[in-house]
Design a protein around this ligand. Structure first.
Ligand SMILES: [Zn+2]
Length: 128
């Protein structure tokens, strides 16, 4: 099994973004070049697992692979370090999902790959 594959898996399990070694800026999703100073001297960095809901929407139409889960909350969560994650909000009362609400990451089953039957995991967020 290729190392790259495991690195990719790792990115799904742990919230991995980038940190610029030149200016210290942190980014999520990961970048290859710092968007602040332009340096390519960036390293993987695990992101904070908590933040607050910046904006959200309720999806009533299922997305491919998510049929069993509609309707659901899809939110942009701003992490403690300013990184932004597009994520599903799960296990939270409807009324708790609002702009500015604090939320934290959790690892959940995302979907079953139709061809291989493999269960894919990823991160979702739960309102604190
Ligand atoms: Zn930089």
């Amino acid at each position: 099994m290729a190392i790259q594959h495991w690195r990719q898996r790792d990115r799904y399990y742990r919230l991995i973004g980038s940190r610029c070694k030149e200016c210290g800026a942190e980014f999520f999703p990961p970048v290859y070049r710092c968007r602040k100073c332009g340096s390519e001297n960036v390293e993987d960095k695990e992101m904070p697992k908590s933040g607050k809901i910046l904006t959200y929407t309720v999806l009533h139409e299922p997305l491919p692979g998510f049929e069993a889960q509609a309707p659901f909350f899809l939110a942009v969560v701003e992490l403690e370090n300013g990184g932004r994650v597009l994520t599903q909000i799960v296990d939270s009362p409807d009324e708790s999902v609002k702009i500015g609400a604090r939320a934290h990451a959790t690892t959940r089953r995302m979907r079953v790959d139709g061809e291989s039957g493999q269960i894919l995991y990823g991160y979702k967020f739960v309102v604190d």
